[in-house]
Design a protein around this ligand. Structure first.
Ligand SMILES: *Cc1c(COP(=O)(O)O)cnc(C)c1O
Length: 404
């Protein structure tokens, strides 16, 4: 069956506005559209394809596991779910795991758990959730209301209540806002969708202290920063601030949908039988693959490679920024980098992203003013250099056409 970009408009909900080409295959960091045009991918499916497109290990694991067990529901448990849980436990120190299919579901579960934990301690009105402007936690109605962009949750009727939004990286505002009513504080160690804004060390410390002071649970949303993306298995390790609940998703499945919630046995105990659940969560096919991804990305040698690539990417972007004058700042952690557009190019992130695809390089945006880069964690250094070259060429031409 022949399809093209027009088919999208004819068949799909219009809640996305995808680029003009239709992708049909990919390998490593090379992506091909239906016309056969090749692109170098610095997006990794939004920080999802941690080992690049169609890695051998996933192909092999899918094949093996699809002959053994695809799905059995959580009425039963299965060996692959348990093996993944054990591996995460050993590598993170968190004692209990809950598996879901996406980042939003992981955060939904974490927020419900925090509310239930406070509810069980029988302190009236301890239900306030503190979150941050420009934070992003998913698109279910609860998570999108907790997220820090009003426009994403408005226009759908009454929102879940008792959610307070504060400015990110503002220690004083945080200290002033927490109270005995606060049951949870949720934050991303680096705000991803919000513009690649890393938390300051003081802010991370204050999150821990404020949560402890009022008996609130600290939730780190590491859906995007997790799974070696930032140069440690989870970003909190670099700050030395351990959350009570950690959520992740995106890169954990290496291209397959999985999310996880991790916490202590004491906190997990508040989700007794019947309190929460998921049909597909812990699906053995996906867990088998995630286990292989986890083994690879938690290897110290692999992590060293991530750091080296991160350095290359950051330096390359700095250099391009200096040469072109198009970036006001390059910021981020590890292989999650953002190039903040300089004033003359404000609001043009999306236009630039589309333009660059014409040069055969795929990048992301994070808001209207930031180009976001999140390549595969194992991208060949030569491919990364080539992609940076294409980026520079594309940006220079863009600059000349859109002379300001
Ligand atoms: C992408 C993202 C989510 C949502 O994940 P989905 O899998 O799209 O539901 C939540 N939090 C953060 C920090 C994210 O980057």
């Amino acid at each position: 069956m022949k399809v093209n970009r027009k088919t999208f408009d004819e068949c799909m909900f219009p809640c996305y506005a995808p680029q003009d080409f239709v992708i049909s295959k990919a390998k490593g960091v090379r992506v091909y559209d239906t016309q056969g045009k090749e692109y170098l991918d610095l997006t990794a499916g939004i920080a999802v394809n941690s080992l690049g497109h169609c890695p051998k290990i996933i192909e092999k694991t899918l094949k093996r596991q699809s002959r053994r067990l695809l799905h059995c529901s959580n009425i039963f448990t299965n060996d692959k779910t348990l093996q993944l849980a054990r591996a995460l436990q050993q590598r993170t120190g968190f004692e209990r795991m809950f598996f879901v299919n996406s980042g939003a579901e992981a955060n939904e579960a974490a927020l419900k758990l925090a509310r239930r934990y406070a509810f069980d301690s029988a302190r009236d009105e301890k239900n306030e959730i503190i979150s941050f402007y420009h934070g992003f936690h998913g698109r279910t109605f609860f998570t999108v209301s907790v997220g820090g962009q009003d426009k994403y949750s408005s226009g759908f009727g009454p929102r879940p209540s008792a959610i307070t939004h504060l400015p990110y990286n503002d220690v004083a505002a945080l200290q002033a806002a927490v109270s005995d009513k606060t049951c949870a504080i949720i934050a991303e160690p680096v705000q991803g969708e919000g513009g690649i804004i890393p938390a300051s060390a003081e802010f991370m410390q204050a999150l821990r202290e404020c949560a402890d002071k009022v008996g609130a649970l600290l939730i780190f949303d590491e859906v995007q920063t997790g799974n070696a993306r930032t140069g440690t298995l989870y970003a909190w390790e670099q700050y030395g601030v351990r959350p009570d609940i950690l959520t992740t998703a995106k890169g954990l499945g290496g291209g397959l949908p999985i999310g996880a919630v991790m916490t202590s046995a004491r906190i997990a105990a508040h989700f007794g039988p019947g309190t929460h659940g998921s049909t597909f969560g812990g699906n053995p096919l996906i867990c088998a693959c995630a286990l292989e991804v986890l083994k690879k990305i938690s290897d110290p040698e692999f992590m060293q490679g991530v750091k080296e690539r991160a350095e290359l990417l950051h330096q390359g972007l700095e250099r391009i920024g200096k040469q072109s004058g198009m970036f006001a700042q390059v910021r981020g952690l590890g292989l999650l980098q953002g190039a903040v557009l300089s004033d003359s190019y404000r609001g043009q992130a999306s236009a630039i992203m589309h333009y660059l695809a014409g040069y055969g390089v795929l990048v992301l945006t994070a808001g209207n003013d930031v180009l976001r880069f999140a390549p595969a964690l194992n991208i060949k250094k030569s491919s990364l250099k080539r992609a940076l070259q294409l980026l520079q060429e594309g940006l220079n031409d863009y600059r000349h056409i859109h002379q300001v």
